[in-house]
Design a protein around this ligand. Sequence first.
Ligand SMILES: Nc1ncnc2c1ncn2[C@@H]1O[C@H](COP(=O)(O)OP(=O)(O)O)[C@@H](O)[C@H]1O
Ligand SMILES: [Mg+2]
Length: 501
Amino acid sequence: MESKFSQLLLKDISKKIMEVPFSQIEDSEFISKKEEALFPITTLGSVDRIFRAIPNLFHSTILLVSVLSILLIYEPLLMVVSIILAVLGFSLSRVMIRNEAKLAQNNARNNSEYVYYLRTMRNPEIAKDVRIYKAQPFFVEKLSKLYDYIVKASKVLYQSREYRALINQILSVFLMIFIYSYLIVRVTSASISSAIFILLINAAVNFNDQINVFLSELLLLNQQLIYLRPLVEFYDMLKGQRYSGNLFLDKEIKSVEFRNVYFRYPKTEEDVLKGCSFKLENCKNLSIVGRNGSGKTTIIKLLSRLYEPQSGEILVNGVNINKYEEKSYLKQLSIIFQDFKTFHYSLRENIVFDSEFNEARFECAIEQSELSKELHKFPKGIDTKLSDEDEDDSAISLSKGQEQKLVIGRSIYGDGSLLILDEPTASLDPIAEEQVYQHFRSITENKLAIFISHRLSSCRFSDTIIYLEDGRVSEVGSHGELMNLNREYASLFNLQASKYQ
Ligand SMILES: Nc1ncnc2c1ncn2[C@@H]1O[C@H](COP(=O)(O)OP(=O)(O)O)[C@@H](O)[C@H]1O
Ligand SMILES: [Mg+2]
């Protein structure tokens, strides 16, 4: 039950985190609350402890009631003194436990940083940089400092726990002295028989034991609930933030329009888009060009509803995209982001995920993405797993070019009606990039497509090119028209061309 419930909880949290609005994922408050919330479950075992405390509480309650009735009948005074001392011990412990919870939460934060360093130091991807920049002492130093700090903090925590136990022991000893002396006086003055004396001694000792068990289980429960408080707060952060319309998008995307869109990222000062407007329709393809940081990727993030604009509208098929039911809307988009990711599953799963498997579409995807040409190099073909740090022997790591083919395959398999390519070709040479873009133009002949590239030569065959400057569209037209206009686009194009002459 313990492990089932913890796993269920972790599964639920992970699922909710994947559904949270994207803008929140990057928010530092969200990230630290997430760490705090997960720590008691993954590291402190709070859920397991709660599960164990509850039956113990029941058990000791039953025992308490039975010995209590004996004391109540013969010597109520013993009962009162026992209860007073137990409650005193309990109150002291509670105060100390509050402090301990605070210390433990601080430790949670340091611990996650510690884990970060450990993981980073072992990460093969940074091995090159570490060696070249001789960064080993830097990492070791960082880690040792943190380690010392954590050990010191843990020491304070454990000391507090030991003091707590000591205080309770002392109270317990006092109580025993009292009980024995009191009953000895009673038996010698012949107010009780020796049989009752034995009965009462046993009852008092049992009572004292059980009340200590009962209170310490209660404290444990209390402590674990304090640890779990950030989890409750985190759940609050997770809920009720979805904005999703209910209009089902079951047709292909035929037009995309940005109408005077203003947008700034959360917690930043400056607008990234300042009245951005453009329209795309009639199976045309559009290239968005502009300098680094001009907001090209941001446009795609808004279009895929990862963020919402502060003002202005984004229309798809003439309807504000917020009105669409999210899943049906996103199904129509095939996007390859600049910083695309592959996952440590088989090639097939990387393309299909868990959508229903469609053989014909799959064949087409690996054919068109040219992944099929690479397959003979992999031990298990399309079912070869991509490697992670600790992986079985048949797992492979892909070259950048192969990864690109994989995500291109994924987007073709996705079969959305609007295809978006956001500079996924940055690590390809100009010729290979040119090929990818040409290839995509042929795949998307009767679809809408948006291409983004900082290499203007890749974009020059697009039907329409928009030049993005200072959060606005400053030039629109075909390559020829923009060259004739002879403004920013033309000068950037000439600058890039001159490098190749
Ligand atoms: N998550 C973010 N939070 C805050 N600012 C961001 C974020 N992502 C991008 N920006 C800023 O927005 C601007 C536009 O970024 P981006 O759309 O990625 O540009 P481009 O794709 O044209 O190079 C940049 O100034 C960048 O620093
Ligand atoms: Mg970008």
